[in-house]
Design a protein around this ligand. Structure first.
Ligand SMILES: Cc1cc2nc3c(=O)[nH]c(=O)nc-3n(C[C@H](O)[C@H](O)[C@H](O)COP(=O)(O)O)c2cc1C
Ligand code: SF4
Ligand code: SF4
Length: 265
């Protein structure tokens, strides 16, 4: 079989998990990164001899909504898929089943699926340094189990994963009074005096939303992936929206338990 690893990964953790799984199935796997916006213009077609390991981060308990149109352009022809979601220690809710359903509506059969944990993009402490060695060992073992399944069976059935169909609403944070916090329009700010115009944030933004001429200017949609903030070498990018910061702190206080990867095979 030809193995392809595909991923959206502004901060690199989803990529790490998807690579670890794919590499255990066949170290000669191909890879397609659909994080840069220009890579989401293409359509991708897979055939019956193809196995696609595809990963996305969990945003608001679901597949990031800005990816849905693109994911619908990935077509299989009785192809095999392994959907993978990576979340920040709160919950993956319906993200895995949503990704599985999208693939299965487009000609794939999901023979395995997994939910893994990564440091939450919003936080410096929530699930810090994950995926760690234990997570990566579990991802390797998952890859090995997929390899064994492929070697021993010829007819594949779709697996069951956790979650609901139809999928539930996007997870919405609430404030102290129980009112919903809307962070949709929140964008990062820039300490102009600290910005040296290196352009790292411009290339890191998966929405192509940071102006090349003036990196302080966020010209398009911001999905709060935090890649610009994390990758800025001078620490010039920051968020100061009250609702966003409240939500971040609440997550850090509430989700201190260690969530563990879950695999379905
Ligand atoms: C906008 C946004 C929403 C998120 N929502 C959730 C969530 O509902 N549950 C959760 O556990 N983690 C959530 N996270 C954390 C991400 O799933 C985590 O940061 C992600 O795995 C990072 O992937 P990457 O390193 O490949 O970019 C969210 C992160 C962002 C940026
Ligand atoms: S501007 Fe928004 S979408 Fe772009 S990298 Fe920064 S946080 Fe992510
Ligand atoms: S990464 Fe930081 S220093 Fe570089 S252009 Fe962006 S804001 Fe400026």
């Amino acid at each position: 079989m030809n193995i392809t690893a595909m991923y959206f990964s502004p901060n690199g953790n989803t990529k790490k998990i998807v690579y670890t799984i794919a590499n255990k199935i066949d170290e000669n796997f191909k890879s397609i990164d659909f994080t840069p916006p220009e890579n989401r213009n293409n359509e991708y077609k897979f055939r019956s001899e193809d196995l696609l390991v595809i990963g996305v981060p969990v945003y608001a308990g679901r597949v990031p909504n800005i990816l849905i149109k693109f994911l619908d352009k990935i077509k299989g022809e009785n192809s095999i898929a392994v959907p993978v979601v990576v979340y920040g220690n709160r919950n993956y809710d319906d993200a895995l089943i949503e990704l599985k359903n999208i693939l299965e509506n487009n000609g794939f059969c999901a023979i395995a699926g997994g939910a893994f944990i990564a440091q939450h993009a919003f936080s410096k402490i929530l699930a810090k340094n994950r995926p760690d060695s234990e997570d990566l060992a579990k991802a390797k073992d998952f890859g090995k189990q997929i390899y064994d399944k492929l070697s021993t069976s010829h007819e594949f059935k779709s697996i069951k994963v956790n979650g609901f169909t139809p999928v539930r609403e996007y997870y919405k944070p609430r404030d102290r009074a129980g009112n919903f916090i809307n962070i949709l329009k929140v964008k990062p700010k820039t300490k102009a005096e600290m910005c040296n115009n290196c352009g790292i944030c411009v290339s890191a933004c998966p929405m192509g939303s940071i102006s090349k001429e003036n990196p302080s200017d966020i010209t398009g949609i911001c999905i709060k992936c935090c890649a610009c903030e994390k990758k800025c070498p001078t620490g010039a990018k920051y968020f100061d929206d009250e609702g966003y910061l409240y939500h971040k702190t609440e997550l850090e206080l509430e989700y201190t338990r260690r969530a563990e990867p879950e695999i379905f095979i």
